[in-house]
Design a protein around this ligand. Structure first.
Ligand SMILES: [Zn+2]
Length: 218
């Protein structure tokens, strides 16, 4: 049985055999250079860390150089956050560019979205991406989960979630993550298995299947 942590900021030594962790790096804040011992990354321009001095082209150029590397499995986290001070227009421009990058590289896109769901869905309808989209840290209610599933968007849940939303994403569109939590991914699996009333082995087996679908581009 494997534990898959689809999104984490915590560096985990490779030695932990029964887990797969996707470690997130933020362009403009961090590089990949000090992490050659890790195998799997996502890299993106996070809406919280858009430097006000640099223009979008410089940031995107930096991202492109990293994103092509084979150890970068996903683009992101990228997205939209209406509670953050960066003007939404600039966030939208950078997000759209990252959607297109994910398309070009055929890599899934991992998304941070706060209070900008209609903009997110509108952009999806405009671009009709083939690369899968995955919302990370989903804490929304069942109705929002249903709306996103209708668009074939995957949802990843962390330490805090709405059980009804989790049940909606189960079985085919569900992932789990630690993000910045102090909990171990095993504890998140336990919480999710309890909320779904399924044995943890069943949950883990399903998430493994979801992972292979995520990377087969379906
Ligand atoms: Zn994160």
């Amino acid at each position: 049985m494997k534990y898959i942590d689809i999104h984490t900021h915590t560096v985990i030594p490779k030695a932990q055999e029964n887990r797969i962790s996707f470690y997130n790096r933020i362009i403009g804040q961090e590089t990949l250079d000090d992490l050659s011992h890790l195998e799997m990354f996502s890299v993106g321009i996070h809406p919280w860390f858009i430097p006000s001095g640099e223009n979008n082209d410089q940031l995107l150029k930096l991202l492109w150089e990293k994103a092509k590397q084979p150890e970068v499995w996903m683009i992101g986290e990228a997205g939209l956050d209406k509670l953050h001070e960066t003007p939404l227009e600039r966030q939208l421009d950078l997000f759209e560019q990252q959607v297109l990058l994910a398309e070009e590289l055929h890599k899934p896109l991992i998304i941070h979205c706060v209070k900008a769901w209609s903009e997110l869905i509108a952009l999806r309808k405009k671009i009709r991406p083939l690369s899968p989209w995955l919302i990370h840290g989903f804490r929304g209610k069942r109705e929002l989960a249903e709306q996103l599933l209708k668009e074939n968007i995957y949802l990843s849940f962390g330490e805090q979630f709405q059980p009804a939303a989790l049940q909606t994403a189960w079985p085919t569109h569900l992932f789990l993550e630690t993000d910045e939590s102090k909990l171990d991914i095993r504890e998140i699996y336990e919480k999710a298995a309890a909320a779904l009333s399924v044995p943890i082995e069943i949950l883990a087996g399903q998430i493994e299947q979801n992972l292979s679908l995520l990377f087969s581009g379906e």
